[in-house]
Design a protein around this ligand. Structure first.
Ligand code: SF4
Length: 140
């Protein structure tokens, strides 16, 4: 396949393993995330933050269960807030940090079997740059 026609789905296909939903402090929630999730689960934003978040660097992140999975992960149903999952979860793995350092793509692939590493990192970055630009335009 010519590299210039590479699409996001060529670079990543979710394997539904849940590995990206495990581990401390990764999933920051924006104010919009907080409001959307609170509404989805039928509670108030402040109650959601109190009951389902922890603080990391002073900012709310989704809390974890004892098994270290996100509080909203279910082994059978997978993400139980999928329609309103945080911006960070929706963006994975096309995230800004790969633009800052393309080596992050390789590091992330070590924890995510859906990420392909057989494309040049410049091609990966070009694809991510377009996604980030499209997302910015969609917000304007
Ligand atoms: S909100 Fe959903 S996708 Fe995001 S970490 Fe939790 S279970 Fe995973």
């Amino acid at each position: 396949m010519p590299f210039k026609s590479v699409q996001p789905e060529d670079l990543f296909e979710c394997q539904k393993c849940g590995d990206c939903c495990k581990g401390f402090g990764g999933t920051y929630v924006t104010q919009a995330d907080i409001e959307n999730i609170a509404q989805f689960i039928g509670t108030r934003p402040d109650t959601f933050v109190r009951d389902f978040c922890q603080l990391s660097g002073g900012l709310p992140v989704l809390a974890q269960k004892k098994d270290q999975f996100c509080v909203f992960w279910d082994d059978e149903k997978l993400c139980t807030i999928h329609p309103v999952k945080p911006r960070m979860c929706k963006a994975w793995p096309f995230i800004e940090s790969v633009m800052i350092d393309p080596a992050n793509w390789e590091i992330m692939s070590g924890a995510c079997p859906g990420i392909r590493t057989d494309y040049p990192l410049k091609v990966v970055q070009k694809c991510i740059k377009k996604i980030l630009s499209d997302n910015r335009q969609a917000k304007e």
